[in-house]
Write a protein that binds this ligand. Structure first.
Ligand code: DAH
Length: 345
């Protein structure tokens, strides 16, 4: 077949193919077959040198016309197929169906508890302070009276980034940052994320704490007890009792752990004949660690020695578990909406 008639027979064949193409995929196959880089038109064009020189311009012109018309035909068929697809989708759509309600977001129990805690301390005159989650060893340990080799460092399962940079293991470094940035008297609470290399039923590698710090002249353990009593009564109800048990933290002296009377059994240790599942029959639940700021910490931030203050730190998930009766720590981080939406409001 000579080139001219090959070119001329291209158009009717293409039209036929276009009529038969019933999907966008088939259309694309057809386009490649006719107009692709190695398609039929390209093959015809590649034989141009075989024509006599005086035939070439007319042939070239004709080929261009064919190509333009073919492109236009493809375009047209494409629009038809798209419109058909749209129409089919609309035919399936039933405008009389009731709409789906969008899911309404709710606050995470951690967020709710942190907001509640900060709200209570806000009314007691505390500001909110924050610090970075990637912290330097100096603020996380050293300035908190935990020099290198201090045994208390082992308990913290630190995630190190370099020798001197780490993920903060507690919110206590913000005590140091706050004292370096501000002059006493001051009172702050610090809500935030902390990290430890620890993961099992009752530990997750990330969890939340709220730190507290009050520094001034003649701040005593009586203030600490008064503030913490007001706080636990705010969270767990006005009848809540507090008990201080002597303890140890490197950055406080003296140090204590605070228990509250069990809010489920009211401190009785049992409900009817059953031992209380919240306090395990003891009548008390531990909720935080605290103490009077150790003079070594004041020294690390160059505060004068006539100051005193108290600090405390609590685990947010622990409080949330107690308050909402959540039995499994992992639920906080599984993002199951059936769990999360229960705390709404
Ligand atoms: N930083 C401690 C921890 O993560 C908790 C803590 C205990 C904070 C006593 C304090 C405190 O400020 O006084 O285990």
């Amino acid at each position: 077949m000579d080139l001219i008639s090959a070119l001329e027979s291209l158009e009717p064949e293409l039209e036929k193919g276009l009529d038969q193409a019933s999907s966008l995929d088939e259309l694309e196959q057809l386009r490649i077959e006719f107009l692709g880089r190695k398609g039929r038109l390209a093959q015809i064009m590649s034989q141009l040198p075989e024509l006599a020189a005086e035939e070439r311009p007319a042939f070239g012109q004709k080929a261009n016309v064919v190509k333009e018309r073919a492109n236009a035909s493809f375009e047209k068929r494409r629009d038809e197929l798209l419109a058909a697809r749209e129409a089919a989708a609309l035919a399936r759509f039933d405008a009389s169906m009731p709409g789906r309600k969008p899911n309404k977001g709710s606050l995470h129990p951690d967020t709710l508890i942190m907001e509640e805690i900060c709200g209570i301390f806000g009314k007691l005159g505390f500001d909110i302070a924050q610090g970075p989650e990637v912290e330097i060893d100096h603020y996380n340990f050293e300035a908190l009276n935990m020099p290198p080799e201090h045994p208390a460092r082992d308990m913290q399962d630190t995630l190190y980034i370099t020798d001197t940079i780490l993920m903060r293991t507690h919110t206590s470094p913000v005590q140091v940052r706050t004292m370096l940035a501000r002059r006493p008297p001051l009172a702050v609470v610090v809500p935030g994320k902390v990290y430890r290399r620890d993961s099992d039923l009752t530990h997750t590698p990330m969890f939340h704490q709220v730190e507290g710090l009050m520094v001034g002249k003649k701040i005593t353990m009586a203030h600490l007890r008064g503030i913490l009593t007001a706080f636990v009564r705010g969270v767990f109800g006005p009848a809540t009792q507090v008990r201080f048990r002597q303890s140890f933290f490197p950055f406080t002296e003296p140090s204590a752990e605070v228990d509250i009377s069990c809010f489920l059994c009211g401190g009785a240790g049992h409900l009817g004949h059953d031992s209380c599942r919240v306090c395990k029959g003891t009548g008390w639940v531990e909720i935080l660690g605290c103490g009077m700021v150790d003079p070594a910490v004041f020294e690390a931030v160059n505060y004068p020695s006539d100051l005193s203050g108290f600090a405390f730190g609590l685990g947010v998930e622990r409080i949330a578990m107690l308050k909402y009766g959540i039995g499994d720590l992992r639920m906080f981080f599984e993002n199951d909406l059936r769990f999360l939406t229960q705390f709404g409001a």
